[in-house]
Ligand binder design. Sequence first.
Ligand code: TMP
Length: 214
Amino acid sequence: MRRGLFVTFEGSEGCGKSTQIRRLAAWLRETGHPCLTTREPGGTAAGDRMRDLLQHAPEGHGLVPEAELFLFAASRAQHVREVIRPALARGDVVISDRFHDSTEVYQGVARRLDPAMTRTVNGYAIGETLPDVTFLLDMDAREAFARLQKRERPADRMESEPLDFYEAVRQGYLRAAAAEPARFALIDATRPEEQIADEIRGVLTEKFHGFFAR
Ligand code: TMP
């Protein structure tokens, strides 16, 4: 039985997801809500190997988009069953840095794979495990791209795409959010960190006041 809350964060590289996840997790723990932070691809030992292949290992450089789709889905199938469902059953708040929307947008839109096939593969990987709320950290693709260029570490395989790829990612996310307004919270990620964190806490406590009142 599912008693916890499943929260996902989505957005382009450089939009500040990690910072906001860190802040939200700290606040949840301070207020007495057990919370598990995780990420995709990865989140399990097997998933981390897939992450390495997808993003860093030289052997991954020639991956075709179809193989990429199955690897993201394989990582997710493992993650859902090994980590996310047990944590939700315990009553934890699970915060995942990316989940199924990333596949719909990156593979289905930006890589132009068949969207129906992408949805089918994704659906098989996640089963009934859908997020209760998804924070989409939105910013102009140019700005996100410029933030990426300023990072000190070298770009990984996924971060080496041209600007129009990120433009397609942004538009894909905005369409996904418009199609499911009850699940998505659209957040303007260009504002100061603290303001964004306040808004995220506000959305969460308002949407799930029953959960936070217990
Ligand atoms: P991140 O650690 O910066 O979030 O990197 C993950 C990269 O993988 C990012 O470029 C988005 C991409 N990605 C997909 O293309 N499809 C997916 O399903 C997921 C989870 C991530």
